[in-house]
Design a protein around this ligand. Structure first.
Ligand code: UDX
Length: 447
């Protein structure tokens, strides 16, 4: 099938390449010419494992072009809207400027009978307005939220755990040869592979996405709230989490305590849902979501307080190495990264921070200019008095305490993501401090 993808960021670039790899003819459109040029050369414009190989595969199986010219979408049967919907600069709600811009740009170009598929994350109530606008061009809208995780985007796009279609009316969904059938044709490989497909109203489909991300945020904040209780009572949050995970009703994932959630999705989707709940007058829901955000906002001050404790109460003038800047491992994304923000907080308190990251140093240099940067762990820790593991990249989890001790005079590690085997590190002569966990010191007693 001939498809267009409007917006080639983390969502659209992967979606365009994935659809072409399934054998479709795809044209991706973005207003950012530098991004378009890189994608056209088969180079991912951001760090995403597997994307480069997918871009290559897509050229072999289907066809894939990128352009800044919206007219190039004219003969596509299906148009995917994948533009960003960031948080408004001065409010909690979502900024729909790019979405409105994309819809207005496509309406004069698209063919009657074509299908527009909304994948961007939007506040509930948006799709119905977009549907009216594309109806003016004789097109039909299906709202099809995307659930991909950065770092696993290729897998999540090609092997989704569910496919959701929001439609205007169920009668339309059942119509033979209608929009739903056309989108089924795009996703045939995934549907034949057994991906569950749920058809529902526009409003439900919009809400599924923000509810999913907000629930994940609630879980992270819940375990972090328990971490505060662990600190206050002498419990170890990791022992509590390990036992919680064995309860099938609770489940294993998204119970990792530490610095809290960041990135381009969870924080803004939680804010946007809280704002929308307020607008709709559903105040208890708004308060629940606001509380989850509040718990998240207190994570960095907690780790900063641990740093001050490790350095005898004074951060000013002290040298701290921060390992990890991206908002999570396997990503170069520093948007709302708690790790990079923590490094800034320490600098604001007068500390001299040298930070490193396997992928995110380039982007962090631009958005966090107050930090010093190092390319390797060895360089970052060379003159540090304290080391903070801020993003749990596997290579930092695998650090050898004996080897690290040879590179630095620091002997205290703050494990801000609660991922280090603290007994092993304290046996090797380190003091390990982690939020929600008893301190682990050489010899075994608290400092
Ligand atoms: C998220 C959703 O998972 C995905 O379905 C949606 O499409 C986009 O938003 P992503 O932003 O890539 O994906 O990150 P995710 O893996 O959800 O992690 C979000 C944040 O939560 C990270 O900062 C991570 O470090 C933090 N986190 C996650 C925790 O602190 N503890 C956990 O247990 C899990």
């Amino acid at each position: 099938m001939r498809l267009s993808v409007i917006g080639c960021g983390y969502l659209g670039a992967v979606h365009a390449a994935a659809m072409a790899s399934l054998g479709h003819e795809v044209v991706g459109v973005d207003t950012d010419s530098a991004k378009v040029e890189r994608l056209a050369r088969g180079e991912p414009p951001f760090f995403e494992p597997g994307l480069e190989a997918l871009l290559k595969r897509s050229e072999q199986n289907g066809s894939l072009e990128f352009t800044t010219d919206i007219a190039a979408i004219a003969d596509a049967e299906v148009h995917f809207i994948c533009v960003g919907t960031p948080q408004l600069p001065d409010a909690l709600g979502a900024d729909l400027t790019a979405l409105v811009g994309a819809v207005e740009a496509m309406v004069p170009v698209i063919a009657p009978g074509s299908v527009v598929v909304g994948k961007s994350t939007v506040p509930v109530g948006t799709a119905r307005r977009v549907a009216e606008r594309v109806a003016a061009a004789g097109a039909t809208l299906v709202w099809n939220p995307e659930f991909l995780r950065e770092g696993h985007a290729v897998h999540d796009t090609l092997q989704p755990d569910r496919i959701v279609y929001g439609v205007d009316t169920l009668a339309e969904a059942k119509a033979q040869g209608g929009a739903v059938g056309i989108v089924d044709g795009v996703y045939r490989t995934m549907l034949e592979g057994g991906a569950p497909r749920l058809v529902m109203s526009y409003e439900s489909a919009e809400l599924v996405k923000t509810a999913a991300n907000s629930y994940l945020a609630l879980r992270v904040s819940f375990i972090n709230a328990i971490s505060d209780l662990a600190d206050a009572s002498g419990a170890d949050v990791l022992e509590v989490a390990a036992a919680l995970r064995l309860d099938d009703r609770i489940g294993r994932l998204f119970l990792n305590p530490g610095l809290g959630f960041g990135g381009g999705c969870l924080p803004k989707d939680l804010h946007a849902l809280a704002a929308r709940a307020g607008e709709l007058g559903v105040m208890d829901t708004a308060a629940l979501l606001a509380a989850a955000n509040q718990v998240n906002e207190t994570r960095r001050p907690r780790v900063k307080a641990l740093a001050a404790r490790a350095l005898g109460g004074v951060l000013a003038g002290r040298r701290i190495a921060v390992l990890g800047l991206s908002f999570k491992p396997l990503s170069d994304d520093v948007r709302n990264s708690q790790s990079a923000l923590l490094a800034d907080d320490l600098v604001a308190a007068g500390a001299v921070v040298t930070a490193t990251d396997p992928a995110a140093v380039g982007l962090a240099r631009v958005s966090h200019p107050g930090l010093r940067y190092a390319d390797t762990v060895g360089e970052a820790v060379a003159d540090a008095e304290l080391i903070i593991l801020a993003t749990e990249w596997q290579e930092y989890r695998d650090l050898d305490p004996g080897e690290l001790a040879g590179w630095t005079r620091a002997r205290t590690l703050i494990d801000a993501r609660c991922v280090i085997d603290s007994a092993r590190w304290s046996t090797a002569g380190w003091t390990v401090l982690a939020p929600g966990r008893p301190a682990s010191v050489p010899g075994g007693s608290a400092p």
